[in-house]
Design a protein around this ligand. Structure first.
Ligand SMILES: [Zn+2]
Length: 322
């Protein structure tokens, strides 16, 4: 296994985002060839920070040889086109993104409408959920042009990235195609973790959003945590929160948090809260756009495991405890 010998080979580059925790990080890994892991959130000052971090490390943006992406969320792919234009790097992207981005927007819209309707959304809220999904697909396809991808990353495989061996691990749950990357940096085993193994909080279960696959999101997340646990890295470089050495604790915290999500979702079921939308609204206390997929996933999981039962009324799933 080719390891990176540089003593301080990782530089954190922080970009602003306007949702908690207010930032997202990409990493410049300086081994034989400068490699960027994730491409930040586009916005004021972002490109300057990207260029300055590279300059501090003695590089120009044009020197980036590899761009490796963990997952196709907007805050991780903001400067893909900028890096391609400046550097034409080898672009490595999780394989699942190819089919996801090839999805017909009308098919996506229909699938999301069915799921959102079953979740109890109506009227403008229902149309809004469909619009969010279709607009996200179209925006993300622009930010990450699949025709520029050089290497489609398969979980479980190893890759030579600029002379350094990188092990890819498929880690769905937060996002269905998400991959983390394990690499030997000096005498440390590092995990470039994207939105997994975050120190201050468990990542939200977005997985496939309200598209097909939402019923598997909780199991997928557990599978991801099992795969990560086998890696046992010394240091974690996540996309949110600090670089940390708390890997074991964080993985256990995430497992417990998923269990608590199920328990709390079940406990919220009462006469006023029978649908996923009602529970998501009660939980969010405001905009529940990013809570709803997690609640739908939890209820589908509870249903599949015999803990709750759904009565379908006009296509809407009304849940009650068994
Ligand atoms: Zn994400």
């Amino acid at each position: 296994m080719a390891q990176c010998e540089r003593v301080t080979p990782v530089h954190r580059i922080e970009f602003d985002v306007d949702w908690p925790p207010g930032h997202v990080a990409s990493f410049l890994v300086e081994c034989d060839e400068p490699t960027l892991v994730d491409a930040g959130m586009a916005g004021a000052g972002g490109e300057t920070r990207l260029r300055e971090t590279l300059a501090d490390a003695g590089h120009d943006l044009a020197d980036v040889e590899h761009l490796v992406l963990t997952h196709p969320h907007v805050d991780h792919i903001g400067y893909v086109n900028t890096v391609i234009e400046a550097a034409d790097p080898t672009l490595h992207v999780p394989a699942g993104v190819r089919d996801r981005f090839a999805r017909d927007p009308d098919d996506l819209g229909s699938a999301v409408r069915r799921t959102a309707r079953a979740a109890g959304l109506t009227g403008e809220d229902l149309d809004g959920a469909v619009d969010v999904a279709v607009e996200s697909l179209e925006r993300n396809r622009t930010l990450l042009p699949v025709e520029a991808v050089d290497v489609w990353i398969e979980g479980g495989a190893t890759y030579d990235v600029g002379g350094t061996t990188v092990e890819a691990v498929h880690t769905p749950g937060h996002q269905a195609d998400h991959c983390c990357f394990a690499v030997e940096l000096g005498d440390e085993r590092a995990l470039l973790a994207g939105d997994m193994a975050i120190e201050p909080f468990r990542p939200v279960v977005l997985h496939s959003g309200l598209d097909r696959g939402v019923e598997n999101a909780i199991d997928a997340f557990h599978d991801a945590l099992d795969r990560l646990a086998d890696l046992d890295p010394d240091r974690v470089y996540p996309g949110h929160g600090p670089v940390h050495t708390e890997f074991d604790r964080v993985i256990e915290r995430d497992r417990r948090s998923l269990d608590r999500l199920l328990d709390r979702t079940e406990a919220r079921l009462d006469d006023d809260h029978r649908t996923a939308a009602a529970i998501a609204d009660a939980r969010a206390g405001g905009d529940s756009t990013y809570v709803l997929p997690e609640v739908v996933a939890a209820l589908r999981h509870l249903d599949a495991h015999g803990r709750v039962e759904a009565d379908r009324v006009d296509g809407v799933a009304h849940y009650h405890a068994r």
